[in-house]
Design a protein around this ligand. Structure first.
Ligand SMILES: [Ca+2]
Ligand SMILES: [Ca+2]
Ligand SMILES: [Ca+2]
Ligand SMILES: [Zn+2]
Length: 428
């Protein structure tokens, strides 16, 4: 039986979140199949306008499934006619739909033949009346991305139907997503069983040293958020770099992710669950997390706030002082700050204890004096972008404490700098 899957794709957006993958009811006897192809479009071109060969693009689409699911697409170079039942799976460009006119909104069609629920052959026909190119990220209006449509059609070829309820590459409308999403991956698992693999890019974790800026770059070859978000899943093509943070003490850590080329998004995870995340708490769209954590190993995820792939350079730092404190509480309750970081510049400062007449039981300090001290960029005291003060740690009463002081506006001295004690953790 020859079964035609009209794959009607046009620009559109997802609406609600619900439901799950759709299976056509047919599957290959084993989770693998072979495609024979050597792609040339109807104008005789072997490459897309951006210079990627159609063959390479189709293989990339195969890899997107191979990397994330138990299914394996194999490829073999050779000529074959996508309009013929010849025992070969293939893909080709055509100006007509195997003798018929393409529908006005049809970008590609996958034909499947099967017997009693077992797939025998699939052929994919691309509508070459449409402008095609190859690119990642947001969909362009001047040309459709061949690779993501090929990824979608290959989803039909392995047995998936359309899914329009939740984010999926198997959506009937082509959009900004380019990879099989969680729902698509679960659909393949439902068809073929087994445990989906973790893409190799997601198995690489760089150690994140403390108190140093680490340069990095988000790009296409990186792990993607959809591959690592295990607890609360958000379907997402965006690139992520994974770091291991070893915290030898329980302490207050300040983690920053900064970039002027992309919109940073930062996460701290442990054993697959999310402990903290931030988008824009730093300056501009930079991410900043201030969090007290027990000693242990953490995963720091450097990503972008975009749902699609956003490429660019960034820098990442985790700040906590494990050496002698740079901040001391004196016997008169004034605070001596040996070195405080303010936007990458070091100052020394003195805070005076302040009895607030409006809150006599609260603990307050007032900026007494400060001096630029550019030679001494040492960790342990940071004036955050929020103008809150972090001491990680301060030496006080014979112990060390990690402390957050919240900026306070004192109505009788609105130009003065005041802070109120907000959180205290004893350093062990
Ligand atoms: Ca065929
Ligand atoms: Ca990277
Ligand atoms: Ca951000
Ligand atoms: Zn389709």
């Amino acid at each position: 039986m020859r079964f035609e899957l009209h794959c009607i794709l046009w620009l559109g957006f997802y609406s609600s979140l619900a439901s799950s993958y759709v299976i056509n009811g047919q599957r290959w006897p084993r989770p693998e199949t072979n495609f024979v192809f050597d792609l040339v479009n109807t104008r005789g071109q072997t490459t897309s306008p951006s210079g990627i060969s159609w063959n390479q693009a189709f293989e990339t689409a195969m890899q997107r499934w191979n990397e994330r699911t138990v299914f394996r697409f194999h490829s073999q170079r050779g000529q074959a006619d996508p309009c013929r039942d010849d025992g070969k799976n293939t893909v080709g460009f055509r100006r007509d739909d195997c003798g018929f006119a393409f529908g006005r909104t049809t970008l590609a069609i996958t034909y499947s033949s099967y017997s009693r629920g077992t797939l025998l052959e699939t052929d994919i026909v691309f509508n070459d009346n449409e402008p095609w190119d190859t690119y990642d990220g947001p969909l362009r209006f001047d040309a459709t991305d061949f690779t993501r449509v090929a990824t979608h059609e290959l989803g039909h070829a392995l047995g998936l139907g359309h899914e329009d309820q939740i984010p999926a590459i198997m959506s009937s409308s082509v959009d900004d997503l380019i990879l099989p999403q969680k729902d698509d991956i679960e659909g393949v698992t439902a068809l073929y069983g087994g445990q989906p693999p973790l893409p190799s890019a997601c198995q690489v974790q760089r150690p994140l040293p403390l108190n140093a800026w680490v340069p990095g770059r988000l790009e296409s070859a990186d792990c993607r958020r959809l591959d690592i978000a295990e607890s609360v899943f958000t379907s997402d093509d965006s690139a992520v770099d994974l770091y291991t943070l070893d915290l030898p003490v329980a302490g207050l850590i300040v983690i920053r992710l900064e970039s002027d080329q992309l919109d940073p998004y930062l996460e701290i995870r442990q054993a697959g669950s999310l402990l903290a995340s931030d988008d824009d708490s730093g300056s501009s769209t930079d991410a900043l997390i201030v969090k007290h954590l027990p000693a242990g190993r953490y995963q720091v995820v450097a990503g972008s706030a975009f749902r699609t792939l956003q490429e660019g350079d960034y820098r990442l730092a985790a700040q906590i002082n494990l050496g002698p404190p740079n901040v001391r509480l004196e016997s008169d309750w004034s605070v001596t700050i040996n070195a405080v970081e303010v936007g990458g510049v070091s100052y020394s400062a003195k805070l005076a204890f302040f009895v607030n007449p409006q809150d006599p039981h609260g603990l307050y300090w007032r900026l007494d004096s400060y001096a630029l001290d550019p030679g001494k960029l040492a960790p342990g005291a940071i004036l955050l972008e929020t103008t809150d003060l972090v001491f990680n740690p301060v030496e006080a009463l014979g112990s060390k404490f990690d402390v957050i002081l919240k900026r306070y506006v004192f109505s009788q001295d609105p130009a003065g700098w005041y802070w109120k004690l907000d959180q205290v953790f004893e350093r062990h």
